[in-house]
Write a protein that binds this ligand. Structure first.
Ligand code: NAD
Length: 353
């Protein structure tokens, strides 16, 4: 198992260090894991003038999985777009063809009060959103702004090819098969042709997964159902634009951005694993960051890239044990309990493991 470690900027190095601490426990048991570090994002720009240097890209390509911290910071906001740290993530996704974004939204019972929704609505929530990453209105052509000032037109093209739709739907079905065996395909087929095609293909593929119950939902209804009764869902599969919005909405149901992992997979299961949050420059270097999203991203790596569901489950159990023992970083702290530091949380998870 070869893993590229790309820590990035801000809290990236702090949280990745804790994930490696957990990984070291597994190594000490004899697990054959090889890791190599490389610069990415602002750190890489500072060192070489490029947020995604060739050496970093080569390392990512030659590894089975990438553990990615976070990139970005206010000092880079005025750089030209192609030099900005965020360009590194887009570049990695594009170059490695990471087309499927998996984002779980789980509410650990210990943290049900962190949500802005009532605890009884979200407690025990465990859903997965599978979002397509390479197509849709973000990439379709023509696009642009044209016409004279005062009478300009802005336009984008929603565009999906059949192979793009097929492969993400297969990922959706397979993900549902490995979980609760229910897949909800979200589209806007009442107005959009791309969605009609999407729905037709979903129906066509469904018989290949007779053990998975397929349902369809319009995206506007889905946005509503996610706050009304989120536990009705198991796996949601959807396009790039709808997935962008719905996955952020779902993640906020949990109320704790520092807890949420994600995976971006290619067709063979190779993946980039990262927390959904950014580099949190406001708390960087102060030992305040919650490392659990990073650690849970590593659990996803064992589940989806290495097929080691046993190890993934052990890591997730260790996270729950640390929470059950009362440890809370500042972002998930409750009144009256002294928040713990990043390293304390990482150590507690490693110890529980
Ligand atoms: P952010 O996610 O970094 O931070 C939002 C808020 O959540 C901040 O108050 C932060 O302190 C808090 N937070 C985030 N992660 C936390 C953690 N693990 N523990 C405790 N608190 C945490 O979003 P932002 O402030 O909008 O963006 C900061 C930088 O990150 C920007 O440069 C942005 O472009 C970049 N960014 C990078 C990624 C990525 O690397 N994938 C994703 C989003 C944003």
């Amino acid at each position: 198992m070869k893993i590229a470690l790309l820590a990035g900027d801000g809290i990236g190095p702090e949280i990745l260090r804790e994930a490696v601490r957990v990984l070291d426990v597994l190594r000490s048991e004899g697990l054959g894991v090889e890791t190599e570090e490389a610069l990415v994002g602002g750190a890489a720009y500072d060192a070489s003038g490029d947020p995604l240097p060739k050496a970093t890209l080569d390392l990512a390509k030659s590894s089975d999985a990438v553990l990615f911290g976070a990139v970005g910071g206010p000092q880079y906001d005025t750089l030209p777009r192609d030099k900005r740290p965020e360009k590194a993530i887009l570049g990695l996704r594009h170059e490695c063809d990471f087309f499927a974004n998996l984002r779980p939204a789980n509410v650990f019972p210990e943290l049900a009060d962190a949500s802005t929704l009532k605890a009884e609505v979200v407690s025990g929530l465990d859903i997965m959103i599978v979002r397509e990453l390479t197509g849709d209105i973000y990439f379709g052509k023509p696009r642009g702004i044209s016409g004279p000032k005062g009478d300009r037109v802005g336009f984008n093209t929603m565009h999906y090819t059949e192979p793009q739709i097929r492969r993400i739907l297969h990922t959706g079905f397979k993900t549902a098969r490995a979980r609760g065996k229910r897949l909800c395909s979200v589209d806007k087929m009442n107005v959009l042709e791309t969605s009609q095609l999407w729905r037709d293909i979903a129906e066509e593929i469904a018989p290949e997964y007779s053990d998975v119950a397929l349902s369809h939902m319009l995206v506007d209804n889905c946005a509503m159902q996610l706050v009304r009764n989120p536990r009705q869902f198991d796996v949601i599969v959807t396009g790039n634009l709808f997935g962008d919005i719905l996955s952020d909405e779902a993640s906020m149901l949990t109320g704790s951005i520092g807890m949420l992992p994600s995976a971006s997979l290619d067709a063979r299961g190779k993946g980039l694993y990262e927390p959904i949050h950014g580099s949190a420059p406001d708390i960087a270097g102060r030992g305040l960051a919650n490392p659990l999203a990073m650690i849970l991203s590593m659990a996803m790596m064992f589940r989806y890239t290495f097929g080691r569901i046993d190890i993934a489950a052990r890591i997730e159990k260790a996270v729950r044990a640390a929470l059950a023992a009362g440890l809370r970083t500042a972002d998930i702290a409750v009144k009256g309990i002294k928040p713990c530091a990043t390293a304390e949380m990482g150590t507690a998870v490693a110890k529980a493991l």
